[in-house]
Structures are given as C-alpha cells and as structure tokens.
Ligand binder design. Structure first.
Ligand SMILES: Cc1cc2nc3c(=O)[nH]c(=O)nc-3n(C[C@H](O)[C@H](O)[C@H](O)COP(=O)(O)O)c2cc1C
Length: 394
C-alpha cells in the first residue's frame, strides 16, 4: 500500500509517506524550542508519522512573526532543537524542519490572539514591536506598519542567514530541511507582484521576482550535506487579490528542481489580508490538484496538504499520482496516532510496528492473550522471541 511504503530521498528513508506538516506553536522562548515542542512533536512521532516537521523557524530575529516564534539565527539556539530531533529519531520518525522569514508579516501578535501588528503600546507587556522588512514598502493592510524595502546588501545578509540557519539545523540533527516560500511570507512576497514593486534585479519580470527564492535555495542547498533532502513550500496560487498563478508555480518548481529541491510542498494563499483567509473552498483535499499539476508538469516530487483527514482519502490521493507524500496538520492535533490508526483501518499487516517498541510489545501481547482459550496457553499460538524474553523477566 503506497501510504505505508517507505519514501526514499537522497540519504533519507522515511517509514511511510505520512508527514506531520509544520505547525507554529507560539511557544518558543528567544527562538528556542521548549518542553512543549518535545511533547507536541514527540507525540506526532510516537503516533507513527514518517516525517515530522518542526514549525516555521526564523532565520533572523527580525524574521519572526511573533516574540514566541522559533528561530535558528544563533548557535545558542541549537541545543533546544537537538533535543527535538533526537526524540523524533528515537521514535522512528525523520526529524524535519521548516526555515522561514515572515518579511512584512513580522512583528505581530500570535494567531490565536488576533495576528494584529505589535504597537508601541505593547511594550509594557514585554512585546516591543520591531521594523519589518519586505520587497517593497507595501503594508499588509491599510493601517499596518509600512515595511522597510530590503536593500541589495540586506538581501545578501538574508541569503547568508538562510544558509547559516540550514547549517545549524543539520548540526541539530535534522535530516530534511524545508524552505518556507508560501503563505505570504518573505519569499512569497518577492514572488508575487501584489507585494513586489521593485524595479531592480529582484522585481518586475517573473524571473526577477523568483530571484530571491532561487538564491536562497542555492545557498541552503550548498549549506546542506548532499544526503539531506531539501523541500520548498510554495503557495501555488496567491490569496485574495492574487497575481501569482499555478502557471508561475510550475515554472518556479522547474527552476527549483534544477537547483536541488527534491520535493515541492504545495500549499496556497496568504499574500494579502488575513493569511488564513480561504481563497479556495475548503473541501477535502482542496490543494491536491496543485500538487498533481506541479508533479506532472515540473517533473518533481510533491507533497499534498490541506484537509487530508481520512486514511482512504490519503491512500487515494497517493494512488492518483498527485503526490509522493501527504501532509497532515490539524487532524494530527486531535489524532496524534492517526498513522497507526490508518494502518489498522487499511489492514496493514503490522500496524504496531509504527509504534515505539515499548508500546508495540504490550499491544501485540494483549492481542496474543486475547486469543488464548482459558487454561490453555498452548492454543495461543507461538509467542515471539521478544514475548518469551519479557514473559521470563516479568
Ligand atoms: C496550528 C497551525 C500552525 C501552522 N503553522 C504553519 C507553519 O509554521 N508553516 C507552514 O508552512 N504552515 C503552517 N500551518 C499550515 C499547515 O502546515 C497546513 O498546511 C494547513 O493547516 C493545511 O493542512 P490541514 O488541513 O491538514 O490542517 C499551520 C497550521 C496550523 C493548524
């Protein structure tokens, strides 16, 4: 079954094609991950996902959306990420991380509050605002602070910051790195003519608007060992008032593939207004068609994401040839063990294999014992070597 077949890319082999998509928790302290991240991400790894992504992690302090966002702009932040990567590795999931920069969407309150820009009045609560940057001085909405247009020197610094953060991610033990080029954040702001009004080499024509995404990709690829896969998340179409189209995305994907991107992670929206505002009707699998088009036309592996919630649906999406990986986010918040439960539902022969050995042994044993007729242990079937060892020792 394709959902539970392994996914091999460069030196990485994931145990299945289920990906825990990045999910900001707004629980970091000075960019560092905390115990909450260990619990949250550990739960997703324990539940059987093949690849588990750490949330968008800022490559520069000023590229955070909020004071509580994760970041890898400093070597001191690495140990907190190493704990998470080690935990994920230990439970059989491939530790993966998304690197990002919020651009003009930096310096805001958390999503669960109102995602509004920080103001001077927030200083008293320990949340001083900072000046956001972007391709052009175009605010998110009327009344939002006007971002500073990045200078060429500022762009160079940022490209170096992406590469440095990628190196730190590898040093922390992450085995897949994703560049966040979607959802109206910095790279998407450069891609879309809605937000990019530049007249230098980074604006105007499509190749010029793609230039920063390509430069960041080249720098990150160069910073990664050859065996580490590189993913790129793109908004396949803009959000409200958008001008970046699926055609543009296919062209971008072709270029990114030629620069060493292994998987294009196909999302959408976010360029204007509320970045969570739906542009597409939120029907099951609402972005799958994008992943399919990119895979077919750009000849690159894709990840489909967006309201993929049911095992048979996930299997069908993969069987349709739309993608190589399926990403789940919100469903995993309520069903952290979705991969294991999906394996049971779809009749996979060894669903407990997705769980850590400490769980799997006891669950297999429970099934064996349930089959035993009373007072007739012989009839329970032969215990496995592992079972005999533990029966002897407990
Ligand atoms: C709590 C939460 C936080 C998110 N944070 C990120 C993020 O850090 N980076 C990102 O690219 N997408 C983020 N997303 C989007 C998800 O990765 C995913 O693409 C989206 O929720 C659609 O998938 P779903 O229908 O399975 O939830 C977030 C979504 C949620 C629900």
């Amino acid at each position: 079954m394709r959902l539970f077949s392994s996914f091999a890319c460069r030196d990485v082999r994931a145990r299945n094609r289920i990906v825990a998509s990045p999910m900001c928790q707004y629980g970091s302290v000075d960019g560092r991950l905390t115990d909450w991240h260990l619990a949250h991400l550990g739960r997703l790894g324990i539940g059987g996902a093949g690849i588990v992504f750490v949330e968008e992690t800022a490559v520069a302090a000023t590229g955070r959306k909020t004071h509580a966002c994760a970041g890898l702009w400093d070597d001191d932040q690495v140990p907190s990420f190493r704990r998470v990567a080690a935990l994920l590795d230990g439970v059989g999931a491939v530790p993966a991380i998304q690197l990002g920069h919020a651009g003009r969407r930096a310096s805001t309150h958390e999503a669960r509050r109102d995602w509004a820009p920080l103001r001077d009045s927030d200083r008293a609560a320990g949340l001083p605002p900072w000046r956001a940057v972007g391709p052009s001085p175009v605010p998110v909405d009327p009344g939002w602070p006007v971002p500073a247009a990045l200078t060429p020197a500022g762009i160079d610094d940022l490209v170096r910051a992406w590469a440095a953060a990628a190196s730190r991610a590898v040093a922390a033990g992450f085995r897949i790195v994703e560049i966040h080029g979607a959802h109206g954040y910095l790279l998407h702001q450069f891609l879309s003519p809605v937000t990019n009004r530049r007249t230098d080499g980074y604006g105007g024509s499509r190749p010029a608007r793609m230039r920063l995404a390509v430069e960041v990709t080249e720098a990150v690829r160069a910073a990664l060992p050859a065996g580490v896969p590189l993913f790129f998340r793109v908004s396949c179409v803009d959000g409200r008032g958008g001008a970046w189209s699926l055609e543009d995305t296919v062209e971008l994907a072709r270029v990114l593939r030629s620069r060493g991107v292994d998987v294009v992670d196909c999302s959408s929206g976010g360029i204007a207004g509320d970045s969570a505002m739906p542009l597409l009707r939120r029907v099951p699998g609402y972005q799958v068609e994008f992943a399919h088009a990119v895979r077919r036309r750009a000849g690159v592996a894709t990840m489909a994401v967006g309201l993929i919630t049911e095992p048979r649906q996930a299997q069908a999406v993969l069987d349709s040839g739309a993608c190589d990986l399926v990403g789940l986010a919100r469903e995993l918040l309520v069903r952290g063990d979705w991969p294991h439960a999906a394996a049971v539902e779809l009749g996979e022969p060894a669903p407990y294999d997705l769980l850590p050995p400490a769980y799997a042994f006891r669950l297999r044993r429970r099934d064996t014992v349930a089959r035993m007729p009373l007072n007739d242990p012989e009839a329970a079937g032969d215990p496995t070597e592992d079972e005999l060892r533990v029966l002897d020792s407990t």
